[in-house]
Design a protein around this ligand. Structure first.
Ligand code: B1M
Length: 217
């Protein structure tokens, strides 16, 4: 039963049928299917298939866009199940997709997981300039700055924020975390980020640990 319904979710997502995805995700939750299974085996699996077809020119931007909308529709139903916030935030984080980059699905997942880990989040959206990351981090008293990038052409914009922090003498004030499909550990080291994590769940786990360590050091 669970396998059949998540498979159907994946198929409707690939067709960009947001309404069907919403209905099926709701039904799957009601039937007791685990929210993480719906996310990983249904929504993310469907998006991976679309990504592969996009790469091979079997589908084009409009198809990817409607699939992304269907993905976000499914995520909106799952969100309350994936988030269990405590009373006091364990830390504050600002997050955004870097300048020039409009991909936000992965970033939105990181937002969800950070909320679930007990963070107060200020989501700056997409196409965020380094100066805006810094201004908002200062305004909200952030402990962590999270940057996401999905394009090899926008990855270098992550370094611009780190350089800006150094220039202003503020580098030690913030934990800087980066992620996104083209990003990796060696890139993080090269640009001087504090942490790279490959997925949303490990981003939340790492952020929590890093903030607790900083507060007790
Ligand atoms: Co775009 N796109 N896209 N796209 N798109 C990619 C990224 C691409 C790899 C497709 C491909 O060629 N196979 C390719 C990039 C190639 C490259 O740079 N090497 C690409 C391209 C080329 C483009 C355009 C240039 C296409 C065009 O216009 N000709 C254009 C650029 C627009 C722009 O940003 N300026 C473009 C546009 C779009 C759409 C708007 C149509 C749409 C985005 C819709 C949206 O986000 N609202 C879109 C999509 C959906 C994709 C693919 C198919 C899927 C991305 C996605 O959402 N994945 C993608 C192919 C792919 O990645 N397989 C592709 C699911 C998501 C959950 O994964 O974001 O990786 P991801 O997040 C993961 C981890 O990376 C991690 O956590 C998540 C999992 O838990 N993570 C973090 C993410 N951020 C993190 C931050 C962290 C830690 C972990 O710490 C802070």
């Amino acid at each position: 039963m669970a396998e059949a319904i998540v498979q159907e979710i994946s198929e409707f997502l690939q067709k960009g049928r947001a309404k069907n995805v919403k209905t099926l995700v709701t039904q799957a939750l009601e039937a007791g299917v685990d929210a993480k299974e719906i996310l990983n085996e249904g929504l993310l699996a469907g998006m991976m298939i679309i990504g592969g077809k996009f790469k091979n020119n079997e589908v084009f931007v409009p198809e990817v866009l409607v699939a992304a909308r269907a993905m976000n529709a499914g995520i909106s139903i799952l969100e309350p199940k994936l988030i269990e916030i405590g009373n006091e935030p364990i830390g504050r984080a600002v997050i955004g997709t870097v300048k020039g980059d409009l991909h936000d699905i992965g970033k939105n997942l990181v937002v969800m997981m950070l909320k679930g880990a007990g963070f107060e989040i200020h989501d700056l959206g997409v196409d965020v300039e380094p100066e805006v990351f810094l201004a908002k981090a200062q305004e909200f008293g952030a402990d962590v700055i999270c940057m996401s990038a999905l394009l090899t052409t926008t990855m270098p914009n992550m370094k611009d924020l780190i350089d800006l922090l150094k220039e202003k003498g503020l580098r030690d004030q913030y934990i800087v975390m980066i992620g996104g499909a083209p990003v990796n550990e060696s890139f993080a080291q090269e640009i001087g980020a504090d942490y790279y994590t490959p997925d949303a769940a490990s981003a939340a786990e790492t952020a929590k640990q890093a903030v607790l360590e900083k507060k007790t050091s």
